[in-house]
Design a protein around this ligand. Structure first.
Ligand code: UD1
Ligand code: MG
Length: 448
């Protein structure tokens, strides 16, 4: 039997933020979601989340996770006090309790598994993950009785100068034999420099406590302030880039790019400098993305080229060229072989195959057909001040430079719009629509 408890009740004062610490994000995912993902494969019988400070915000974020049992810790008197709150919930429970700090997000699933294996094979009362850290400032220091057995953990604030030199640190990830822990959990004191009930004190109260030193100390990076948040972000970005470099993605300047975990890249993709992927993105084969682009929650087909542009919550099909300086806003579907040029903004629209929107346009709430040439400066005027209206442009249409299509409006197939026209009425198939005042010329206007 296995129960998991994740500690997420603390104030996170050192973050200096209104947002609860565990809701801060790394590569697009909150710390708490990361910790939950890291231990998902353990298939625990119970999964407790200990909440306190801004508990409602945390519950709301995780409301879709129906397996979680929320346990309220009020007030928040320390990590040992947090675990004390579990006693009524684990009454009669026979098995192991895996405790994870909600602010230790880089832990690998395989490391959690080997912690549990070590703990069970050694029949320990408690097993904790440790790491040797060059600059262990802020972490609890782990003191050993012999090579494997742990004598005690001393928090940074309680260490004397000599103890501070110890680089073996507590990762905040533990496996306890619950029957043994439950006997001593109520006996923890708060006689320390922070007047808190430390979970780490339980270690010296149990008979057989061992440690499992991780190979990669970065896995145990804890986040207590924004500096550590930034450090973890760069560790995670490096992991993600390394993965995709191995998979054959070319980064011309890797460290200038960021990727979210929910990204997928095809073969032969080149990512140019200063390009960022957020949320869930899928990029097909032979694409060149960047320099200077931001792609969020979007699907990009094969052979697509995007330069200096922003694409948000949209679908781009194959052989499309976008940019420089295009802004594709949510709910856009750009079909095969389109060209979206500079200073073009598109929102909630479908653009048919082989259509060109090459220069200085706004296209919103529009269904545009195939092989259309949207002239420079064409604008769909979709907003009447109160409501949005749609524009329909048929196949093979051509709009002249600086045309304004005042929605709701429909241009049937093969329509031509004269440059500088402001159109308010539907235009039938094959027609030419012009609405501009006739040019007049006054000869000899200027006296020479
Ligand atoms: C803790 C450990 C330290 C270890 C480090 C690893 C203790 C006393 N110290 O220190 O040995 O090296 O983690 O990162 O455990 N929390 C609660 N309720 C509380 C207080 C905290 O749920 O009353 C939660 C926090 O939200 C956080 C976690 O417990 O997710 C750890 O608390 P934090 O204050 O960050 O402890 P550290 O000082 O990092
Ligand atoms: Mg911490």
């Amino acid at each position: 039997m296995l129960a998991i408890a994740i500690l997420a009740a603390g104030k996170g004062t050192r973050m200096r933020s209104n947002l609860p610490k565990v809701l801060h994000q790394l590569a697009g995912k909150s710390l708490i979601e990361r910790v939950l993902t890291n231990c998902k494969a353990m298939n625990a019988n119970h999964q407790f989340l200990i909440v306190g400070h801004k508990s409602e915000d945390i519950k709301k974020t995780l409301s879709e996770n129906t397996k979680l049992e929320f346990v309220l810790q009020e007030p928040q008197n320390g990590t040992g006090h947090a675990i004390q709150q579990l006693t009524p919930f684990l009454n009669g429970f026979k098995g192991d309790l895996l405790v994870l700090n909600g602010d230790v997000p880089l832990l690998r699933e395989s490391t959690i598994k080997s912690l549990l294996e070590t703990h069970r094979s050694q029949c320990a009362d408690a097993t904790l993950l440790t790491a040797r850290i060059k600059n262990p400032f802020g972490y609890g220091r782990v003191f050993l009785k012999d090579d494997k057995k742990v004598e005690k953990i001393v928090e940074e604030k309680d260490c004397n100068t000599n103890q501070r030199k110890n680089t073996l640190t507590n990762g905040g990830v533990y496996c306890f034999n619950w029957e043994k822990l439950s006997k001593i959990i109520s006996k923890l004191s708060s006689s320390n420099n922070q007047n808190e009930i430390y979970l780490t004190e339980a270690i010296s109260k149990l008979e057989v406590t061992i440690h499992h030193e991780v190979d990669d100390s970065k896995e145990l990076s804890g986040i207590n302030n924004k500096r550590q948040l930034a450090d973890c972000e760069s560790i995670l970005q490096e992991r993600l880039r390394d993965y995709w470099l191995e998979e054959g993605v070319t980064f011309t300047d890797p460290t200038s790019c960021t990727i979210s975990e929910d990204c997928d890249f095809g073969n032969n993709v080149i990512i140019e400098p200063q390009t960022h992927f957020r949320g869930k993105c899928k990029v097909g084969d032979n694409c060149i993305i960047g320099p200077g682009s931001l792609i969020k929650d979007s699907q990009i087909g094969n052979d697509v080229n995007i330069i200096n542009s922003v694409i948000n919550s949209s679908k781009i099909e194959n052989k499309v060229v976008i940019g420089p300086f295009a802004h594709i806003r949510p709910d856009v579907h750009i079909k095969n072989n389109c060209k979206i040029g500079n200073f073009v903004e598109i929102k909630k629209s479908t653009i048919g195959v082989k259509t060109k929107v090459n220069h200085l346009s706004y296209i919103g709430d529009t269904i545009c057909g195939e092989n259309v040439n949207v002239g420079a400066g064409t604008i769909t005027a979709n907003f009447d001040g109160i409501r949005k209206h749609s524009t329909i442009i048929g196949n093979h249409c051509k709009t002249g430079a600086n045309s304004v299509l005042v929605a709701p409006i429909q241009l049937e197939d093969n329509v031509t719009v004269g440059a500088g026209s402001t159109l308010t009425k539907n235009i039938p198939k094959g027609a030419l629509a012009i609405s501009r005042s006739k040019q007049s010329i006054k000869d000899n206007w200027k006296k020479s």
